[in-house]
Design a protein around this ligand. Structure first.
Ligand SMILES: [Zn+2]
Length: 233
């Protein structure tokens, strides 16, 4: 049957190890999350540009069909113009041909703009692709770092937690509460007495207290100066 003092000493050692294991991760989990955000954002950017490009390509192929239709109509109307019976019919066909030519000019103009837009979009996609590659590389890198650390840590963390539970289950509830309270002030909440001094703050521990501690291993003694739990040497 281990004493309260020994239990607290073991508990404190475990908590320090757990702290160190968790500190090793640092802000890596946040870094991974932010790298994921960056990757997702760049994926959406490139998708949006690709969609705009597809719309332009669609317009281009449709406009070719429309241009052919206009050309065919113009040829038919030109042929018809030779066979008209009066000026009214001649003017009507002329008007129709002019309308078709104007539409054709408009499509040509749009096609010229589309070419420039398309070029711009393609260079934008190339730029976005390299940004995406960078984001992907960063994400892989961060995920790799994180998994390298957690892979080694997970088993140890689990084992330390199990030991912690087994120690705590043997301790009085009040002692656990006191320990946890002191731990909010001092990471090393339980410290050994060394050379008759608290090894947390290095202040002297009165000799009568040291004697009393040896006689009462199931009582909790605190350093009068720093408030840490004292463990016999
Ligand atoms: Zn102290």
């Amino acid at each position: 049957m281990s004493s309260l003092s020994a239990a607290i000493s073991d508990l404190s050692a475990i908590d320090i190890i757990l702290d160190e294991l968790n500190e090793d991760l640092g802000d890596l989990p946040q870094q991974v999350a932010s790298a994921e955000d960056g990757f997702r954002e760049r994926t959406l950017n490139i998708e949006a540009t690709e969609n705009t490009l597809k719309e332009l390509e669609h317009f281009k192929s449709n406009s070719h069909i429309r241009l052919q239709e206009i050309k065919d109509k113009e040829d038919i109307l030109a042929a018809q113009q030779f066979n008209v019976r009066n000026n009214r019919e001649f003017d009507a066909i002329t008007h129709e041909i002019e309308a078709l030519r104007s539409e054709r000019t408009k499509i040509f103009d749009e096609q010229r703009t589309v070419g420039v837009k398309e070029e711009n979009l393609r260079s934008m996609i190339a730029e976005q692709q390299s940004e995406l590659d960078e984001a992907k590389e960063l994400l892989n890198d961060k995920e790799h770092q994180l998994s390298a650390i957690t892979l080694g840590h997970n088993d140890e963390i689990l084992s330390q937690r199990r030991q912690r539970i087994s120690i705590i289950s043997s301790m009085p509830i009040q002692a656990i509460a006191d320990y946890e309270r002191i731990r909010t002030f001092h990471k090393d909440s339980a410290v050994k007495i060394r050379k008759n001094s608290c090894s947390g703050c290095f202040n002297a521990v009165p000799p009568q207290k040291i004697v009393e501690m040896r006689n009462k291993p199931d009582q909790m003694f605190l350093c009068e100066h720093c408030g840490r739990i004292l463990i016999s040497e």
